[in-house]
Design a protein around this ligand. Structure first.
Ligand SMILES: [Zn+2]
Ligand SMILES: [Zn+2]
Length: 250
């Protein structure tokens, strides 16, 4: 990828038109495709400022962004959405099952501590997505498990896979989010199986570093590791090599 790295993107340039905006907890990404510019996820609400700053440092105008694609309803991914929508008219898209949680009209499946201590900032959803929909260069994969409406966004031409928290990374390896944050661990395992069928050059997860080291093989191995466990134990925390992963992924 090094030959085509484009420095004029917000955050850390990963490839042509692709930037990684690494927040203190979760990741956001920027992708430019033709005349379209997309943000994937918006961090905690405190991240809205740093995201806008990163866009400005790249010489871009936040008003020129086409869409914010939200992978799921957790506050470390949607927190900045309300500000970006309010201040810059940024349109917001998410899977239709997450819409009530984003708009504040329905319950959230965020873990208890998040419900107690993190105030929600509702945001209007401009486009509710379904499995198989396309938005710009992305195809939508509904991968419930972490939350009911978790979505992965796949760029088929460039084989970029934005997974949100359906798959995260730790120490360079792909893994599942923590037990406490997965709404349905069985479905979360099935989601990995589905994503493992995609030809992928880089996995861009909601937490941890992007993974370019055999990402498709890693997805397959992760599914095998998860599915080999008795179903009760799938509620346990999964880390690389099956070790417990202590970092709480919201
Ligand atoms: Zn999450
Ligand atoms: Zn998260």
């Amino acid at each position: 990828m090094a030959a085509s790295i484009d420095p004029n993107v917000p955050g850390i340039p990963l490839a042509s038109g692709l930037g990684w905006i690494a927040g203190p907890v979760s990741n956001s990404y920027y992708l430019r495709e033709g005349s379209g510019q997309y943000l994937i996820d918006a961090g905690f609400k405190e991240e809205a400022g740093p995201i806008v700053s990163a866009i400005g440092r790249a010489g871009l105008d936040p008003r020129s962004l086409s869409y914010l694609l939200v992978t799921h309803q957790h506050p470390d991914h949607i927190g900045g959405a309300a500000y970006l929508h309010w201040a810059w008219d940024l349109r917001v898209a998410c899977h239709e099952r997450e819409r009530p949680a984003l708009e504040g009209t329905g319950p959230t499946t965020a873990p208890l501590f998040a419900r107690l201590f993190i105030r929600r900032s509702p945001v209007a959803v401009d486009r509710a997505l379904r499995d198989g929909d396309t938005l710009g260069p992305f195809k939508v994969y509904h991968v419930p498990g972490h939350t009911p409406g978790s979505a992965a966004f796949y760029h088929e031409g460039r084989r970029f896979l934005f997974t949100g928290d359906a798959v995260v990374s730790a120490r360079g390896r792909l893994t599942l989010a923590s037990r406490s944050s997965n709404f349905d661990p069985e479905a979360a395992a099935r989601a990995v199986r589905r994503l493992a069928e995609l030809p992928v050059r880089v996995v861009l997860p909601g937490h941890g570093h992007p993974v370019t080291d055999s990402p498709q093989a890693q997805l397959r191995q992760l599914y095998e590791r998860v599915s080999a466990l008795p179903s009760g134990r799938r509620r346990n925390l999964f880390g690389p090599e099956g070790r417990p992963e202590t970092f709480p992924h919201l």
